[in-house]
Design a binder for this molecule. Sequence first.
Ligand SMILES: Nc1ncnc2c1ncn2[C@@H]1O[C@H](COP(=O)(O)OP(=O)(O)O)[C@@H](O)[C@H]1O
Ligand SMILES: [Mg+2]
Length: 358
Amino acid sequence: MSLTKLDIYSVRNIVQDSIKPSSNINLIYGDNGSGKSSIIEAIYILGRAKSFRSTSIKTVINFSENQLTVSAQTQQNNGLNLHLGVQLNPKQISCHINHQLTKKRSDLAHALPLQIIHPKSFELLDAGPQLRREFMDWGVFHDNENFVQNYSNFKVALLQRNALLKSKQVQQIDVWNKEFAYYGTIVNSFREIYLLKFKPIFIEVLNSFFNINNIDLKIFPGWDNSIELHQILNSNLEKDLRYGFTQFGPHRADFLLTIDSRLAKDIVSRGQLKLYVISLKLAQMQLLLNENINQGCFLIDDFSAELDIVNREKLLLYLSKMNCQVFITATQQSEFGDLSKINNYKMFHVEHGNIKSV
Ligand SMILES: Nc1ncnc2c1ncn2[C@@H]1O[C@H](COP(=O)(O)OP(=O)(O)O)[C@@H](O)[C@H]1O
Ligand SMILES: [Mg+2]
């Protein structure tokens, strides 16, 4: 998949602009406050129908407008051209595929798989497990078309069960225990299958940055899975009632990245940790490519804020060899490093919300 034409209306300081990106590397530079992150934001909105920086969409809409629009022509893996469009205002989200309204955001996510690296991405390995579950599930979602439905059935069971726990109505809990255990076990097995495929690719990507041995990636399912999930629910009912919510299950899952059996986040340097996070994200994209799933867009905001020049050049070379579309921002052209080995790239300059192809 690649965006062949991108149209942006009223995203932060970009009032209206249109670009024809390269199907591989797109380098965007401009002064602070010129609108670089706003371009990344626009592409992110097109794939996810939400902002990556802000919880309130109102702040993303240009101050003098009341809604924003991002649309694009895309070329999909199967050769088809799809038109994608997202319109957001504080009251409504509308997503279009080939000018047909779609209710499911997951359709958009399938048409435009997105990976993003921005300063907050580096919390992936040292913040709480929520981010890592989201990371894992992004991969599982693209890997297995049955994941969304099973996950949403699981989520319903979890919410219903928690509501019963809170109101201490245990007489109906058996019904939801069954659903919870059934769908929860499926969700976990999808995650395990994914992680198994993901791990060798991750290690390979990581080795393109540095040689490292004894690295391991393990899933924690969210409960002691030597015991069946429905049994866990039964034996912890008293505890669940006390807390008013379900203590164990796939909603508590995590993955652990270890080196010599020690948690990576506790022993590697800050700079190395960034390369681990980047490698995790690259590996997810690489797996899509290997499996011939619709490959996506890789977004990197604030390139030089995160990496030294040596690793920036390595990363850019890696991305240029990977068959995916990339958008990278920096304040100076020179921050992209030596471009002599990069074939298929386009450079854009942003100034006061105007984008020019250079
Ligand atoms: N809702 C908005 N409407 C108009 N301008 C905005 C809005 N939100 C932020 N801005 C301005 O947009 C400019 C571009 O922001 P940004 O894309 O983050 O810049 P960059 O990434 O190039 O440093 C900033 O100067 C900011 O003040
Ligand atoms: Mg920025």
